[in-house]
Design a protein around this ligand. Structure first.
Ligand code: SF4
Ligand code: SF4
Length: 82
């Protein structure tokens, strides 16, 4: 797979959901956040072996953050929705 074929067009720092790659244990087989997300916007990046957001869409429903066993997921809720 070439580096550009995984959907990483959006800058990770600009998306509402960020994954701490030092904490994420997707490389040990975890896919909890990927399965929890109703929008399917999270995926394991085969290049890094870590979860990441692939599309800048989010319902801020938070199971990804709450269910992550490693505490690696941070959801930045926009000011207007708080
Ligand atoms: S907050 Fe909800 S919609 Fe957004 S990434 Fe997490 S599970 Fe998916
Ligand atoms: S739930 Fe947490 S540890 Fe598991 S893949 Fe997602 S970010 Fe990584």
């Amino acid at each position: 797979m070439s580096k550009s074929s995984f959907p990483t067009a959006i800058q990770r720092s600009n998306v509402p959901v960020t994954i701490d790659e030092n904490k994420c244990i997707a490389d040990k087989g975890c896919t909890v956040c990927v399965e929890a997300c109703p929008l399917d916007v999270l995926a394991i990046n085969p290049l890094t072996g870590k979860a990441q957001m692939t599309f800048d869409e989010c319902w801020y429903c938070l199971p990804c953050e709450k269910d992550c066993p490693a505490g690696a997921v941070s959801v930045e809720i926009p000011y207007l929705l708080r």
